[in-house]
Design a protein around this ligand. Structure first.
Ligand code: ADP
Length: 635
């Protein structure tokens, strides 16, 4: 079965394998890479959309908490200016050395401080020395201290509002200092300062689990929900800045360091992503840091929103995206493989159908050829049969012609054989007439008997010749066994009379001669043998058949009779040769038998065994195979 050529396979095998190999080699890493990339992209997208959502909600939180911080700060703004209204303060500042005034101011400030929940309230003269203070009772009271180096004093004494966050040099406590220049008749006579502790804000943030810090104008974190971040700088500190701040003692002697996040990413104006090491662990904590300015101060409020949950969610989203892509890729590959399998099956089916139709076409062609050759064969068979028929007829004609020729050859002998009795008959009949006229009836009767015998002999001669010359039966199909049986049956009386022992050693073969012809030959041969054994003490007849190498069948008819002398052997097959006395032999048996055998394509010969007797050998050709009865049918 031949399939249609597949052009896709026309290239060399190495090239045919290559794309598949490339697919198998590069597809899995590519899919893996895409899965990881998409997963990462999903993670990033989820993280950023989460951050955006978070920053929107954080914006509101920032505003809310920023305002809370502002209100906390601003609620003390008016307090220092209140002291301007207090007469005792003016009196004290006008005459700091006068006794009694200071104590009155101290008491006033103490009471005011208690009521306003501030940390301390004190009054400085224009030189920066503390003239009165709410904490006059404390051991570390500010009274008498020179705070002229403080920036808030310097601002306030110049008529500006002094806002300052710092650590008290006396108490070491941090606080928000609000200073106001106290004016009298348009002239600054002193400075009122309120120190506010803002830890309550930090406590509030901690309670609300809010992560936030406030950084001052120097970028130093002054308030923080996480104490660890306090007094850290949110901006890089140059050595000059550090020195300036140290000199101002704003942060007392605390060493100022930078708040150094592990990672810092600016997302928008005032929005950053910061990562800090988590307390007590190696892990880092990421925050969304949103910063806004605090009104009326140079400070900034920063709200930190943890991104941990967001990150976890983003990781889950990324994993989901990766898994979804992996599944899609898997289904696509599976679908593609299935499509290929179906395509291959379809191609195979088409190839099969193509091959089937080709096969059918070929079968039809072959059948047509077979039919044609069958027809040719039939006509050849017909021709052969006709030729055989013609041949057979020609052979019959030939045989007939041969027989007639044989009779022609014998004609002299026949004429001689017939003339003799005819002459004898003429003489005898003439004599008989004369004897009858004389009345010699006995002699006439004897002559008539002799004449009768002569006529019989002539009748037998013509009968033999007529039988020989008759058409047909020269060829045909004879059963040897049947012919022998028939012959022995005809001669049974003589066989029994002589007490002949018959040995039959032949097979029942079919021979190419007419049945009657074969029986005629056998009758002659067996009859002669019986004649020859008439005086034998133990007459025995052998009928022995065998097949020769060339396929011919040979039948030997042997007897243990008197045999044939040398002289007679040469004449055996001559017509009318006989050694039999009187009317017993015609001398035609062997001649005619040999002619019949020759007509059937065989031969008849004589052998003279050493042990005595005679053997006549009849050899006939193998029977022609029958022509086929039916023509070959196309398969
Ligand atoms: P006929 O039998 O009429 O004599 P045949 O042609 O049959 O004529 O035989 C010719 C002669 O051959 C016989 O006369 C006989 O002498 C001799 N002959 C034939 N057969 C045998 C035989 N079996 N044994 C001895 N002689 C035979």
């Amino acid at each position: 079965m031949k399939c249609a050529p597949d052009h896709s396979r026309a290239t060399s095998p190495a090239f045919a394998v290559k794309p598949r190999l490339i697919r198998q080699l590069f597809l899995p890493p590519l899919i893996l890479l895409l899965t990881v990339s998409l997963g990462y992209a999903g993670y990033r997208a989820s993280l950023y959309s989460g951050i955006r959502a978070l920053s929107e909600s954080g914006e509101r939180q920032l505003e809310l908490n920023g305002r809370a911080v502002e209100s906390e700060i601003n609620k003390f703004t008016f307090l220092p200016s209140l002291l301007e209204l207090e007469g005792s303060v003016s009196t004290l500042l006008a005459d700091p050395d006068a006794e009694g005034h200071r104590q009155a101011v101290n008491d006033y400030l103490e009471g005011l401080n208690r009521r306003s929940h501030s940390s301390a309230i004190y009054v400085l003269d224009t030189t920066g020395r503390v003239q009165a203070s709410s904490n006059w009772r404390d051991a570390n009271s500010y009274l008498g201290e020179d705070l002229s180096f403080r920036a808030y004093f310097q601002d306030a004494v110049r008529g500006q509002d002094g806002r300052f966050y710092g650590i008290g040099t006396t108490t070491g406590e941090p606080g928000y200092y609000l200073a106001h220049g106290l004016e009298e008749h348009g002239k600054i006579v002193g400075v009122a300062v309120v120190k506010v502790r803002m830890e309550s804000l930090e406590e509030r943030w901690q309670k609300a689990r809010l992560e936030a810090f406030v950084s001052d104008e120097n970028g130093i974190i002054i308030l923080s929900s996480d104490p660890a971040r306090r007094l850290k700088s949110v901006r890089p500190l140059t050595p000059e800045i550090k020195e300036r701040l140290a000199r101002s003692l704003q942060y007392y002697w605390f060493s100022l360091t930078e708040l150094q996040p592990l990672e810092r990413e600016t997302l928008a104006d005032g929005v950053e992503r910061l990562s800090f090491p988590a307390a007590g662990s190696q892990r880092e904590v990421s925050y969304l840091a949103q910063t806004r300015e605090l009104k009326d101060t140079p400070w900034h409020f920063t709200l930190l929103t943890p991104l941990q949950d967001l990150r976890r969610e983003a990781v889950i989203q990324g994993v989901l995206v990766a898994v979804a892509f992996g599944l899609v890729a898997f289904f696509l590959i599976a679908w593609n493989e299935r499509r290929k399998v179906i395509a291959t099956r379809l191609a195979a089916r088409e190839a099969l159908e193509e091959a089937n139709s080709l096969l059918e076409r070929r079968i039809a062609e072959r059948t047509e050829n077979l039919r044609a050759s069958n027809d040719r064969l039939k006509s050849q068979i017909r021709e052969r049969r006709q030729a055989e028929e013609t041949l057979r007829r020609a052979q019959d004609e030939l045989v007939q012609a041969g027989k007639l020729a044989a009779i022609g050859q014998m004609s002299t002998s026949i004429a001689h054989e017939l003339n003799q009795p005819l002459a004898a008959l003429r003489t005898l009949s003439g004599n008989t007439v004369r004897f009858l006229e004389r009345g010699a009836l006995d002699i006439a009767s004897t002559n008539l008997v002799t004449m009768n015998q002569l006529i019989d002999r002539m009748g037998r001669i013509t009968a033999s010749l007529r039988s020989f010359a008759r058409r047909g039966e020269d060829r045909g199909r004879a059963s040897l066994a049947q012919a022998v049986d028939a012959t022995l049956q005809v001669l049974a009386a003589r066989i029994e009379g002589l007490g002949v022992q018959v040995h039959r050693e032949y097979s029942d073969v079919q021979l190419p001669i007419g049945q009657t012809r074969l029986e005629q030959i056998l009758g002659n041969l067996v009859g002669n043998a019986l004649d020859a054994m008439a005086d034998s003490p133990q007459p025995t007849l052998w009928l022995q058949g065998d097949r020769l190498d060339d396929g011919r069948y040979r039948l030997r008819v042997r007897d243990n009779g008197h045999g044939i002398d040398a002289q007679a052997r040469a004449q055996l097959f001559e017509p009318f040769f006989t050694t039999k006395p009187g009317e017993q032999g015609l001398g035609l048996g062997l001649t005619l038998s040999a002619s019949l055998a020759a007509a059937a394509g065989g031969s008849l010969g004589a052998e003279h065994p050493d042990e005595g007797g005679t053997a006549f050998v009849l050899t006939l050709p193998p029977l022609n195979p029958l022509p086929p009865t039916s023509p070959v049918e196309p398969s």
